[in-house]
Design a protein around this ligand. Structure first.
Ligand code: 13P
Length: 252
C-alpha cells in the first residue's frame, strides 16, 4: 500500500521571519491530529534548510519532514555554487526534488543529469522526487503521453530497480502556477500511463513507486485528486506558502 504523500515546494520564497511563522502554524495544526498513514514534507530554499530543520525538530510531534529543491549530480569537488546530497542529508533532509520543470527550463537540465542527481540522493539515503510533465504545446498536439514516457524511460535506463525508492511527480507545465489544474480524470489517466510503463519494466517497482501530482493543487481540488487510485499525493507550489492552505491540503 502506497502512503499518501504531500510535499510543499516553496520555490524561491521565504524569509527567516516568515519561515518561523509557517513552521509554528503548521506544527500546531498537525498536533491537533492528522489522518493516519500519510507523509508530509516541505522543500525549502537551501539557505533555510538549517533553520527550518531546527524549527521542525522543535515541534513536539515530528509529523513533518524536511526536503530540498535541487542537488548536485556530483558527490563533492570543484563545483562552485552546487550543494552535495551528503550536505542535504547532514541538514536533516528526507526528500530532494530533482528535475523540476523550472530547472529543466531555466538551467537546461536533461533527463540523464536528473537521473544522476536522483542517484546521489539515493546514495545518501534520501528520497528523490523526480519531476516529469509535458508543455501546453505538447499536450495540444496530443503528445503528452509520449513526452512523459520518454522522460520516464530515460530515468529507468539509469536508475533501474532503484526507481522503487523514488517518488515521481507528474507536473504538467501548463498547470504550474497558472491556476489551470488538470482535471482529476485527466491526471489519473496520465498517472495510470506512468504506472503501466513502470510495470512494463518491473511489476514490483510499479506497485511501490508513489506518483504525486503537482500543478495548481489547492484545498478545494485536493480531495478529488487524492481520491484517484493512481494519485498518491501532491507536490504543492503556491498553495504551500500559506500554512493554512498547506494544512488543509495535507488533511484533504
Ligand atoms: P503550483 O502549485 O504553484 O502550481 O506549483 C506546482 C509546482 O511546481 C510544485 O513543484
Amino acid at each position: 500500500m502506497r502512503p499518501l504523500t504531500v510535499i510543499g515546494n516553496w520555490k524561491m520564497n521565504g524569509s527567516l521571519a516568515s519561515n518561523a511563522d509557517w513552521v509554528r502554524i503548521v506544527c500546531r495544526g498537525m498536533e491537533q491530529g492528522m489522518p493516519a498513514g500519510r507523509k508530509y514534507a516541505v522543500c525549502v530554499p537551501a539557505p533555510y534548510l538549517s533553520q527550518c530543520g531546527q524549527l521542525i525538530q522543535d515541534c513536539s510531534l515530528a509529523f513533518l519532514s524536511l526536503g530540498a529543491q535541487d542537488v548536485s549530480a556530483y558527490a563533492a569537488g570543484a563545483y562552485t555554487g552546487e550543494v552535495a546530497a551528503s550536505m542535504l542529508k547532514e541538514l536533516g533532509c528526507h526528500y530532494v526534488i530533482v528535475g523540476h520543470s523550472e530547472r529543466r527550463q531555466h538551467h537546461h537540465e536533461a533527463d540523464e543529469q536528473i537521473a544522476e542527481k536522483a542517484l546521489q540522493v539515493l546514495d545518501n539515503d534520501m528520497t528523490p522526487v523526480i519531476c516529469v510533465g509535458e508543455s501546453a504545446d505538447e499536450r495540444n498536439s496530443g503528445r503528452e503521453v509520449e513526452i512523459v514516457r520518454g522522460q520516464i524511460s530515460r530515468q529507468i535506463a539509469v536508475l533501474q530497480d532503484r526507481l522503487a525508492d523514488c517518488l515521481i511527480a507528474y507536473e504538467p507545465i501548463w498547470a504550474i502556477g497558472t491556476g489551470k489544474v488538470a482535471s482529476a480524470q485527466m491526471t489519473q489517466d496520465m498517472h495510470r500511463a506512468i504506472r503501466l510503463q513502470l510495470a512494463e519494466f518491473d511489476e514490483d517497482v510499479a506497485s511501490h513507486v508513489g506518483i504525486l501530482y503537482g500543478g495548481s493543487v489547492k484545498p478545494d481540488n485536493a480531495v478529488e485528486l487524492f481520491a484517484m487510485p493512481d494519485i498518491d499525493g501532491g507536490l504543492i507550489g503556491g498553495a504551500s506558502l500559506n500554512p493554512q492552505d498547506f494544512l488543509a491540503i495535507c488533511q484533504a
